[in-house]
Design a protein around this ligand. Structure first.
Ligand code: SF4
Ligand code: SF4
Length: 71
């Protein structure tokens, strides 16, 4: 793994902006709802996330944090 993201599911409003911003299609609307009643996003990128941070930058609700390995 060279990068990972963390999704704050309670902040997510399920707008889908991050899902279309990820060049690798690693962020998807999930099947579960949060306390606000929104279907929040899930990440399926353990193997191939590059840490580009496009998903985190586009989120209007600051629900995604991106972590990169220093190497
Ligand atoms: S950091 Fe980049 S590659 Fe990783 S999930 Fe976000 S948009 Fe996709
Ligand atoms: S851009 Fe933010 S609020 Fe919208 S679906 Fe993604 S994580 Fe949720």
């Amino acid at each position: 793994m060279i990068a990972k993201i963390e999704i704050d599911k309670e902040r997510c409003k399920g707008c889908g902006l991050c899902t279309i911003s990820c060049p690798k299609g690693l962020v998807k609307i999930g099947n579960e709802i949060n306390r606000q009643g929104y279907f929040y996003v899930v990440w399926e990128g353990e193997e191939s996330c590059t840490g580009c941070a496009l998903c985190g930058e586009i989120c209007p609700d600051i629900a995604i944090q991106v972590w990169r390995d220093k190497k």
